[in-house]
Design a protein around this ligand. Structure first.
Ligand code: FES
Length: 151
């Protein structure tokens, strides 16, 4: 008799415990999964040799443009010079680590943080950056652009 009287209450408590347990579990998964994904990035085409194949075709990169890509866990910039050459550099400004960008109006690389300027060879030419951008090697293999660290 008393067992039957307790069952509905136990059922409710069990349901509440189950509900709170699954909600907390779902919450933890929703918080921890993205954090884990962030902390353990996928290889993204980067080989052990320190090269990356970009998801771009050479013909898609127009002259006098630049675009940022991720090289390892740091930003890099691929540019096509007005003369049509593909070049790549670290996009981390050598002043205070802002991400640089390509300025088509100036035809060179620029850092918006403190108005730092770099030429098409990555050399610091104006503003506070103390040294050139680290250069990368660009190879076009068929329809692929492969960027690697310089030797
Ligand atoms: S961080 Fe680039 S100019 Fe200061």
């Amino acid at each position: 008799m008393t067992g039957e009287a307790l069952d509905p209450g136990m059922g409710r408590r069990s349901f509440i415990n189950w509900f709170l347990g699954t909600s907390a579990g779902a919450f933890l998964v929703s918080v921890l999964y993205p954090a884990a994904r962030y902390l353990i990035p996928p290889p993204a085409g980067e080989s052990a040799a320190g090269t990356i194949t970009l998801p771009l075709k050479p013909e898609d990169v127009k002259s006098n443009t630049g675009q940022i890509f991720k090289f390892g866990n740091r930003p890099a910039i691929l540019i096509r010079t007005p003369a049509g050459e593909l070049r790549a550099f670290s996009a981390v400004c050598t002043h205070l680590n802002c991400t640089v960008q390509y300025r088509a109006d100036l035809s060179h690389i620029w850092c918006a943080c403190h108005n730092g300027h770099y030429d098409l060879n990555g050399k610091n030419i104006a503003g506070p950056p103390p040294r050139p951008l680290d250069p990368y090697v660009v190879n076009v293999r068929g329809s692929q652009i492969v960027v690697g660290k310089s030797a």
